[in-house]
Design a protein around this ligand. Structure first.
Ligand code: SAH
Length: 466
């Protein structure tokens, strides 16, 4: 180890930076997070640095450094991005007794600045001694994703509670309490009620741990997105990481189920548009039973749980038993599908609103306001629309929709087996039968893939300027 990692107390101490360009800005962004007194020497500072000076966040001296300028400084950064000038300023700063760093010059630097993951007061510093900056960045990105943003405030609140927590015996009991706070009850309470919420949660949590009560069950209704695991939210990943029980729909991609905690019980609730499935009442009962038994349950639904997901029925069932629940949104199939064809769901001058329709409901093919949809420029994302395609086509044509209206069907959006069928309203059912798509498919009415869109006749704008 050629460099020893330490954290320096900078509150109230001087830090001097020479340079007014990009390198200086990058270092200043980090230094501004501290309580150090910053002085910048730059003959021609970038506007950003001048603005910081104006806001009183640092002192800006508009000239090159001179002997004595780094007196009493704890740290000095040579950031002029000029070898000769950096060597000159570094020599001055060293003579003044400051520890010296020259940007992008490891050999002549006395210290290096690590990559930082900032969840103040929790700070992770990553260094590779200049060997592999790419690696440092990758590790940083990984940690950024893994550590919840709430960690900082939770740690600050937790620190003030350490004395109170001493009411618990040292060792396992106290550790369990803190782990419960940082990774479970704390983040949830903070999200719901901010700092006050987290403080209240600490009190309740302590009472519960003092009484040795088991932690109550909870169900998170989590959106798994359209299938690509990279389209999961960080919250969804964290929920899967800590779940005791995962109850999932059939549409949830296997790669995503892989991400569930190894010990978690996976239950296939087997729900699909058509075909064999578990009755809704049984699913409700299953969720309630597991939560009542104290499990951390993830009810995993494809796409976004609030879109054609029968979420309300499940929430009502959970509520009826006074159990705790939360919702984690996901990327819905419509978003993934327009992304696949390079289009927008809304567009100035074309459509100022978009509809999410279902092709069928509990009673069969679903009826909608076809007359409005038939107007030029309308856009709709039709879920569960594959089988209903002929019905939808008939209704829209009957209400005067142009036969040439573009329609694009996207099957398995975002997955490796994604397929796109670009057609028109007139050709929809013919082309769809010919394509013989398998897997979930979304019908985008009024949209063609971007490349093809240019070749289509102009669509009459619905409104002149939106
Ligand atoms: N809650 C889900 C929708 C559930 S309804 C969401 O927000 O996406 C099921 C329907 O969603 C399917 O019939 C299909 O129309 C659509 N769907 C789900 N995943 C899809 C995918 N990867 N590609 C295309 N359509 C999809």
């Amino acid at each position: 180890m050629q460099h020893f990692p330490i954290f320096i107390a900078l509150a109230g101490r001087r830090v001097v930076v020479s340079g007014g360009g990009d390198a200086a800005i990058a270092k200043l962004r980090l230094l501004l997070k501290t309580e150090a007194h910053l002085t910048v020497f730059a003959s021609d500072p970038a506007a950003e640095i001048a603005a910081w000076a104006e806001a009183g966040r640092l002192r800006l001296v508009r000239r090159a450094m001179e002997p004595g300028d780094a007196t009493c400084a704890a740290l000095f950064y040579g950031a002029d991005e000029d070898e000769a000038e950096d060597a000159r300023t570094a020599a001055l700063a060293r003579a003044d007794g400051a520890l010296v760093n020259i940007v992008d010059n490891l050999g002549d630097s006395q210290f290096i600045t690590p990559a930082i993951v900032d969840r103040d007061p929790v700070t992770v510093a990553i260094g590779t001694e200049g060997a592999a900056p790419v690696l440092a960045r990758a590790i940083k990105a990984d940690l950024e994703a893994r550590l919840p943003q709430t960690l900082g405030p939770l740690a600050r609140i937790g620190k003030a509670f350490r004395k109170m927590a001493e009411a618990l015996p040292m060792g396992r009991k106290r550790r369990d309490f803190w782990s419960d706070y940082y990774f479970d009850a704390g983040p949830r309470a903070y999200e719901e009620g901010g700092e006050d919420g987290a403080e209240r949660a600490l009190d309740t949590l302590l009472d519960r741990h003092l009484a040795s009560e088991a932690r109550p069950g909870h169900v998170a209704f989590v959106g798994s997105g359209p299938g690509d695991p990279e389209l999961l939210t960080l919250k969804a990943r964290n929920a899967l990481d800590t779940a005791d029980v995962v109850i999932h729909d059939r549409l949830v991609a296997p790669e995503i189920l892989e991400l569930a905690r190894r010990e978690a019980i996976l239950i296939d609730a087997g729900k699909e548009g058509f075909g064999a499935h578990t009755p809704q009442g049984d699913i409700n009962d299953m969720i309630v039973d597991h939560v009542r038994a104290g499990a951390q349950v993830v009810r995993l639904k494809s796409g976004d749980p609030t879109v054609f997901g029968r979420l309300d029925e499940e929430i009502e069932a959970v509520d009826a038993h006074g159990l705790s629940w939360s919702v984690v949104p996901g990327i819905t199939a419509a978003s993934a599908s327009v992304a696949a064809i390079g289009q927008s769901l809304t567009r100035r001058g074309r459509n100022a609103s978009v509809r999410y329709l279902t092709g069928h409901d509990m009673k069969g093919f679903a009826d909608h306001d076809w007359a409005t949809l038939a107007r030029p420029g309308e856009v709709a994302a039709i879920y569960m629309g594959k089988r209903a395609a002929r019905f939808i086509q008939g209704r829209l044509m009957m209400h005067g929709a142009a036969p040439a209206t573009p329609v694009t069907v996207i099957a398995n959006a975002s997955r490796a087996d994604q397929k796109i069928v670009a057609t028109t309203l007139a050709q929809l059912s013919t082309d769809l039968s010919a394509a013989d798509l398998s897997g979930p498919a979304l019908v985008l009415y009024g949209l063609a893939p971007r490349a093809a869109a240019a070749a289509l006749p102009d669509i009459q704008p619905q409104q002149e300027a939106l």
